[in-house]
Design a protein around this ligand. Structure first.
Ligand code: SF4
Ligand code: SF4
Length: 168
């Protein structure tokens, strides 16, 4: 199991093409989602996200209307005020949590999410290997990218390839 973030970045980039090939391979094959999910759960169980928080530094977090209401309530402010003070509109992703150059998500303090109980649904399900709608294969379109910064995704993909005897 590799958890060092420098190594994850290097290996994820090195395997980017291979991981893309694996994603296409998964889409065209029959496999047991249940087995892959169990493998990913095992990996997730061995990684402490509170020691990592790399996704909060690197990735954007999208917010739905329901997320905005929940977060605004938690921060005791009106949703309109929350939208203006804590979110931005992204051309590709729509409404996202505001980010800063230094620390990533505006709600990240060190490695701690300061709105953890009210965090957006997209954060709760991240990195979308174990949790999410549909099959694992249907959620794989961003995994080659996430394998460059998320230890859960990197190690899950490696374990999936081994389980399915994917030719590297
Ligand atoms: S989901 Fe991945 S990147 Fe985010 S904190 Fe957990 S291991 Fe780190
Ligand atoms: S809301 Fe919390 S969990 Fe989501 S990106 Fe920001 S700091 Fe991370």
């Amino acid at each position: 199991m590799i958890t060092d973030l420098v190594q994850i970045r290097m290996l994820g980039e090195k395997k980017r093409d291979e991981n893309e090939r694996f994603r296409r391979h998964m889409k065209s094959r029959d496999y047991s989602d249940r087995i892959l999910r169990r493998i990913a759960e095992g990996i997730e169980g061995q990684i402490d996200c509170t020691l990592c928080a790399n996704c909060c530094r690197v990735a954007t977090a999208t917010v739905t209307g329901r997320d905005v209401e929940r977060l605004a309530r938690a921060l005791r402010m009106k949703p309109e005020r929350f939208l203006a003070d804590y979110t931005d509109e992204s051309e590709e992703e729509g409404r996202i949590l505001r980010r800063t150059e230094e620390s990533g998500c505006i709600f990240l303090n060190g490695n701690e999410c300061t709105v953890y109980e009210a965090r957006p649904d997209s954060c709760q399900k991240f990195p979308h290997v174990v949790r999410g709608a549909g099959s694992i294969a249907s959620r794989m379109w961003q995994f080659a990218d996430r394998a460059c910064y998320c230890p859960i995704v990197y190690n899950s993909l490696e374990a999936f390839k081994e389980q399915l005897k994917f030719t590297k």
